[in-house]
Design a protein around this ligand. Structure first.
Ligand code: ADP
Ligand code: DP6
Ligand code: CO
Length: 324
């Protein structure tokens, strides 16, 4: 049996994906841009089993029903591509909280796509693997690659894929993850973005916001301007969350802790430290900072938010076959 164990890292979007124009194919309305993270990842292995049904294990236990159903749906798609009917055992371990707004769906489906690529001997290149991972979760499209990654929104299955953008390893960029809750969110990303697209009167302004933020972000990356990278990322994240506040019914992933932390970062910046926030679909915050300010910022967060778990992160690598 081939070794199919694959590791993929999560990513944090600096320019967000929030809305699908085709939910079947998971084609987004706009491009997005992320940074792959070193400390949060998923390891997945797969094998064919001689049974009627698939078996899905998460963190050494049978996976919850909703989790298993979504994975099986993806397995069905891959089986269909390969004209197969064989049941599959999936064993996956998340080294990141599951469904808590820390992008487990990104590392999870990237690792699963990578593992199935070996199991079915598909020999997909990285671009095609990113297209395949997109069928599991949009953000997984980007987790195939390391460093800064751009997902081109595309207009059909083959034109919606991700690509690495140079520069992350030369950049003194650090991320501090501040986790207030590792519990599963009440509104999944899939549902949240659907609600924002279909009911927020501001959604029609979102593609223009993203286009402007993306152009500015690409420029800031080229110029290695960390201050600009942080500022653009924070503004874009807040614009995304504003779509949720203006959805009907309105909703938000923020808690009081999230908002309190945003005000603390204002204070840190006034004191001259580089500290900007980006927030995905959950209450937890990723603080963007520099190598020189990271120690102070982390110490400050540790002292002021003793209820949170803080983790120091760096830019991370692309998908890898695990050497057993
Ligand atoms: P998150 O913020 O963690 O990405 P989402 O709501 O986007 O939360 O997605 C959570 C879903 O992603 C889970 O319910 C499950 O369907 C899927 N997922 C998470 N981890 C894995 C994994 N290791 N393998 C396959 N699917 C996963
Ligand atoms: C806020 O990729 O989790 O993290 O495609 O429905 O699985 P599905 O959604 P998902 O959404 C991620 C949303 C985000 C922003 C981002 O990662 O770009
Ligand atoms: Co997700």
């Amino acid at each position: 049996m081939n070794n199919t164990q694959t590791t993929a890292h999560t990513n944090i979007a600096l320019i967000k994906y929030w809305g699908k124009k085709d939910s079947q194919l998971r084609l987004p309305y706009n491009d997005s841009l992320s940074l792959t993270l070193d400390g949060y990842y998923t390891t997945t292995s797969t094998k064919f089993i001689d049974q009627a049904d698939d078996q899905i294990w998460l963190n050494q236990k049978p996976a919850p029903l909703a989790f298993a159903t979504r994975v099986q749906h993806f397995l069905d798609y891959v089986r269909q591509l390969n004209h197969s009917k064989q049941a599959i055992l999936v064993q996956t371990d998340n080294h990141v909280p599951t469904a808590a707004g820390l992008a487990s769906s990104a590392s999870g489906f990237a690792a699963l796509a990578g593992s199935l690529n070996y199991l079915f001997q598909m020999h997909l290149d990285l671009k095609t693997l990113s297209i395949l991972a997109r069928h599991g979760s949009g953000s997984a499209t980007r987790s195939i690659f390391g460093g800064f990654v751009r997902w081109y929104h595309g207009h059909d299955d083959q034109s919606s894929f991700a690509e690495e953008i140079d520069g992350a390893d030369q950049m003194p960029l650090r991320i501090i993850s501040v986790v207030f809750s590792d519990q599963p969110k009440k509104i999944s990303s899939t549902k949240g973005m659907q609600q924002a697209v279909s009911t927020s009167p501001f959604y029609r302004t979102w593609p223009t916001t993203v286009q402007q933020d993306l152009t500015a972000m690409l420029q800031a990356i080229k110029q290695r301007d960390l201050e600009q990278i942080g500022l653009i990322a924070q503004n874009n994240a807040l614009a995304m969350h504003a779509l949720n506040w203006t959805a009907r019914p309105a909703f938000s992933y923020f808690t009081m802790d999230t908002i309190h932390l945003l005000t603390s970062l204002n204070e840190l910046r006034q004191k001259g430290y580089l500290a900007y926030a980006t927030i995905d679909a959950g209450p937890n915050v990723k603080v963007l900072t520099s190598t020189s300010d990271a120690a102070f910022v982390q110490q400050y967060l540790y002292q002021n938010y003793p209820q949170a778990t803080t983790t120091f992160l760096k830019p991370g690598p692309g998908i890898k076959k695990t050497v057993l």
